[in-house]
Design a protein around this ligand. Structure first.
Ligand SMILES: Nc1ncnc2c1ncn2[C@@H]1O[C@H](COP(=O)(O)OP(=O)(O)OP(=O)(O)O)[C@@H](O)[C@H]1O
Length: 214
């Protein structure tokens, strides 16, 4: 049986030749649990997030998705592998097309994969009600836009979800709401979550286990 885990083994990655940001990093994100990742600014947490979501190709080491070694990254990554791993970044305004309505933002992965554009229940779960779905990013708050980004990430029911400082720009009540939605997904769908955060107190209540980088 294939191991139900998203893992990185011996990962080496960076941006400039000869200057690795990740040097021999190991990580295992298990299904049905939240792994917290904490560490000082600049240590490479976001770089690891990009490698595990197949957006950045490591120089060495391997990423495995449920027992299969990932061989292609970025645009070359197979659709089935890309859609198995959702991601929410810190800054929602850098993550969306400003011309799209929130509804279009959430629907986009469903449409791109040939699924019906049914998002009513999902939008409600993330707290986007009333006329919010018809608004564009400049007409909503950061918290409302981040709700849409989380809904977009969950639309295809990914087996894994990487939350890279998902709540860093949000107030306490929006943070609690979004973490609650992720927790429901972990419980109902067995999603495996990597929660990257500076906020040790948040990870203390959210994560089942925390990996700390020096
Ligand atoms: N696209 C890029 N091109 C060049 N260097 C980059 C790029 N992205 C990140 N870096 C560099 O890689 C190093 C690690 O950055 P990364 O964003 O992974 O760290 P981090 O731990 O997530 O930091 P923070 O907690 O501040 O978000 C930093 O020195 C950063 O300047």
């Amino acid at each position: 049986m294939q191991a139900p885990v998203l893992s990185g083994t011996g990962l080496v990655a960076g941006y400039r030749k000869g200057v690795p940001v990740l040097s021999n990093v190991d990580i295992q994100v298990e299904r049905g649990a939240v792994l917290g990742l904490a560490g000082p600014s600049g240590c490479g947490k976001s770089t690891l997030a990009k490698v595990l979501t197949l957006l950045h190709e490591p120089w060495a080491g391997r990423v495995e998705l449920d027992g299969e070694v990932v061989r292609r990254f970025r645009h070359a990554a197979p659709r089935a592998e890309r859609t198995a791993i959702g991601v929410v970044f810190q800054q929602p305004r850098l993550s969306v097309d400003p011309r799209f309505t929130l509804r279009e933002i959430i629907v986009e992965p469903l449409a791109a994969n040939g699924f019906p554009a049914q998002i009513g229940e999902l939008a409600e779960r993330v707290g986007l009600t009333g006329d919010l779905l018809g608004r564009r990013p400049h007409e909503v708050s950061d918290g409302q836009l981040q709700r849409a980004c989380l809904a977009r990430a969950l639309a295809l029911r990914p087996r894994y979800l990487v939350c890279d400082e998902m709540t860093a720009m949000l107030d306490a009540s929006t943070t609690a709401a979004l973490v609650g939605v992720v927790q429901e997904e972990v419980g109902a769908a067995g999603t495996g979550v990597l929660a990257i955060s500076h906020d040790e107190a948040l990870l203390g209540v959210w994560a089942d286990r925390v990996q700390r980088w020096a």
